[in-house]
Write a protein that binds this ligand. Structure first.
Ligand code: SAM
Ligand code: GLN
Length: 287
């Protein structure tokens, strides 16, 4: 079969299976890039047999709602390639905006010298590795409670040549135990309320330890807010990803637990509240 015919055929199958039709081209672009084969030059040609076999086997899993990143075994984030598997959350595009926001605030608030950072619940290592690659002054620690996530994060740090110190444990416990203090604390904790109904591709294939944040989704923010003074320097900021509908609850939580700190909630490119920045001993406004 020709590339163009097979694409059309599978786009129809996707529609019938309630999978976004764009997945077909996205998947094929990845497979042909791996073979250094230009899809655009060959679009009207016959698809080589072995490629067609790999493509159809992969599409079978994708049509069954399995994430494309699991079929490929990797995912792209901020231009870096990350190994992913069922033990880690597939890094999301919204989280790239959190990384950009962190880098801008490091420039503004810590313009010179080393900057000590920690990423809590690092998963694939996407945030920790990206921030440390993009800002060489950063000295990065990263934690997770999941040993299988940590294994993948260690591999990702190796392949991306990032120098990260990994710690295992529950939220801030390993940092408190080690007596560590940071300029920047980062976390994209699990924030989905326990009983929320979710897409099959997420709830059946991604680790629940990475998704659910207790009854109201805010359990892990509460834990971090309560303990953060112990691990932050006097002048420091924290950066979090949050759920698009958590603005009010989150504001209340910060004001109640961290009344001496300033904070701001920023929207992502879809206009949804997505990032929370909390400042200790410094002003919040960016120039
Ligand atoms: N940072 C990654 C990212 O942004 O793609 C993964 C974020 S995922 C939403 C949350 C991560 O927190 C998961 O890797 C999960 O294993 C970890 N986690 C869950 N409970 C934890 C706990 N009590 N202490 C530390 N990490 C935890
Ligand atoms: N954004 C992810 C999702 O909707 C959840 C990430 C998280 O809980 N931190 O599946």
């Amino acid at each position: 079969m020709r590339f163009c015919d097979i694409v059309r055929l599978y786009e129809k199958k996707c529609e019938a299976a309630d999978v976004p039709a764009e997945t077909v081209l996205a998947f094929l672009v990845e497979l042909t890039n791996q073979e250094r084969y230009s899809l655009y030059l060959h679009y009207e040609d016959e698809m080589p047999e072995d490629l067609q076999k790999t493509f159809e086997e992969g599409m079978k899993r994708i049509l069954n709602q399995e994430p494309m990143a699991h079929v490929l075994g990797y995912s792209w984030f901020y231009g870096y390639k990350f190994i992913v598997n069922p033990g880690v959350l597939i890094p999301r595009p919204e989280t790239e905006e959190l990384c950009a926001g962190i880098l801008a605030r490091i420039d503004r608030h810590f313009p010179k010298g080393p900057v000590s950072c920690v990423d809590i619940g690092t998963g694939s290592g996407a945030i920790a590795i990206t921030v440390s690659k993009e800002e060489p002054r950063v000295v990065m620690d990263a934690t997770d409670i999941s040993e299988s996530a940590l294994e993948t994060a260690v591999k990702n740090a190796e392949v991306n040549e990032a120098d990260i110190h990994f710690l295992s444990g529950d939220m801030l416990e390993p940092l408190k135990k080690a007596g560590k203090k940071y300029d920047v604390l980062i976390s994209n904790p699990p924030y989905i309320p326990e009983h929320e109904v979710m897409e099959t591709s997420v709830v059946d294939f991604e680790p629940h330890v990475a998704l659910f944040g207790g009854e109201d989704g805010l359990k892990f923010y509460r834990m971090i807010f309560h303990d953060c003074r112990e691990v932050l320097k006097e002048k420091a900021f924290m950066a979090f990803e949050m759920g698009w509908n958590q603005r009010e609850a989150m504001s209340r939580l910060v004001e109640e637990i961290l009344p001496e700190m300033k904070y701001e909630i920023a929207a992502d490119m879809n206009g949804k509240d997505r990032m929370l920045y909390v400042y200790r001993g410094m002003e919040k406004e960016l120039e």
